[in-house]
Structures are given as C-alpha cells and as structure tokens.
Design a protein around this ligand. Sequence first.
Ligand code: FES
Length: 133
Amino acid sequence: MFFAPPNGANVRDETTDSAIYDLFNDLPMNNYVKVAALGDIPTGGSKLVEVNRVRVALFNLDGAIYAIEDVCTHDGGPLVEGVIVNGCQVQCPRHGARFDIRTGAAVSFPAFEPTNTYAVQVRNGEVWIEQPR
Ligand code: FES
C-alpha cells in the first residue's frame, strides 16, 4: 500500500509495518475516488484521469504514485505530457517549467506558483485519490 498525504510525502508500507497499515486503513475513504489500476501506471510512467471536471496527472516514481493537477501554472500546459527529469520533476511540454511531482511546487522558470496535489492511496492494486474540490 502507498499513501501520499497532500504535501506529497509518500509513505510505502509493504505490510510489514502494522502500525502504518492499521492507521491508513482507518482513514475515511468517502472523500477518495478510484481512478486507475496500479498496473495502468508503470514505473516512470503517467496517466491522465478526470475527477469532478478536474484533470489529474498520476505519476509513478519508483513505485510510489503521486497525483497533481494536470495544469501548468504558467499557461495551462498539460503536465501529464511532460517528461520526468531529475527523478521527481515533470517538465511542462509548452515552455519548459518544471514542477516537483511529490509536492506540486514550481521549481523552475517560467512557472512560479505550485500546481495542486491530491493524496493517493493504493489498495489491492487500485489507485484512489482524494477528490478535487
Ligand atoms: S505553459 Fe507550462 S511552461 Fe508555459
């Protein structure tokens, strides 16, 4: 199971840490929505989904799944179509701004504002994300 709180800090639980496993199983799921199968997002890959009319880009960084809004804050570029650089950043295909996939932070010009992030849970091979509001 993987869990990513809104700040993007992923925690991996291989079910050997029962304290983390139990804590996360107690989380309410009613604000999460299933968006993909884990197998749909290979390591280093991405997938676009839409929830509540919000485009969300899912990324798999070394087995940890992250969800960010698929909108470059410079001029609306589709981040899901960008390339992953430095292991954890996506480069916007329009003008080259980069965002930290784990936190949504803009890390290079010409973007200055972060893009939204959404908490992720992976359960039984299914990817669930916190619903965008
Ligand atoms: S739209 Fe993304 S860098 Fe300009």
